[in-house]
Design a protein around this ligand. Structure first.
Ligand code: ZN
Length: 192
């Protein structure tokens, strides 16, 4: 397994739509290696998720995994390793929540986006088995963020109030305490 370089905002590959894989392409050693490398790269960077666009590849694959006490997002509830191939993430219900997000491809900025509070996630795992799951709250936000990447969308595009942009350092200083209170309330109310 290899830790790959993470592509940064401004690289056009982050603005492209990743393409679906066939069953044969998913089973190929090359794609299975890519999945291993995505997991390794996400873990090395302490990310909550990583999409293939972010390592410069346009196969439609994203991984999500949050371990307890993630240093970037300590308030996020744990999510077991989920490898999503050809995923579809659909909101259900009308409720939205405000989530302060960051991104491994946008190293210096955080900002607040509106996300659907509940989503239905349909994907193939790395063995080609179909899964349909419901995700809520901050976890629903993480899945929407990764799905956006596969459609060439960055969280920057979804920030409605530009005054919420902050560097990670200034977010720690001025915004983190309040957002972590809100995040705990979201987790308590909606779970994951
Ligand atoms: Zn991202």
């Amino acid at each position: 397994m290899t830790v790959l370089p993470i592509v940064q905002v401004g690289d056009p590959v982050l603005r492209e739509r990743a393409r679906e894989l066939s069953a044969e392409e998913l089973a190929s050693p090359d794609t299975q290696h890519l999945i291993d490398d995505l997991i390794e790269t996400k873990r090395a960077a302490n990310g909550a998720g990583l999409a293939a666009n972010q390592v410069g590849d346009l196969r439609r694959i994203a991984v999500v995994e949050v371990t307890e006490g993630n240093p970037r997002y300590p308030y996020k509830p744990p999510v077991p390793l989920t490898v999503m191939v050809n995923p579809v993430v659909e909101p259900f219900g009308d409720e939205t929540i405000a989530i302060n997000e960051g991104c491994l491809s946008v190293p210096t900025l955080r900002g607040t986006v509106e996300r659907a509070a509940s989503v239905r996630v349909r994907y193939l795992d790395r063995d080609g088995k179909e899964h349909v799951e419901e995700r809520r709250g901050l976890t629903a936000g993480t899945f929407q963020h990764e799905f956006d990447h596969l459609n060439g969308v960055l969280f920057l595009d979804r920030v409605r109030d530009p005054s919420t942009f902050a560097t990670w350092e200034e977010f720690d200083r001025h915004g983190r305490a309040e957002f972590e209170r809100e995040a705990r309330a979201i987790v308590q109310r909606l779970g994951s």
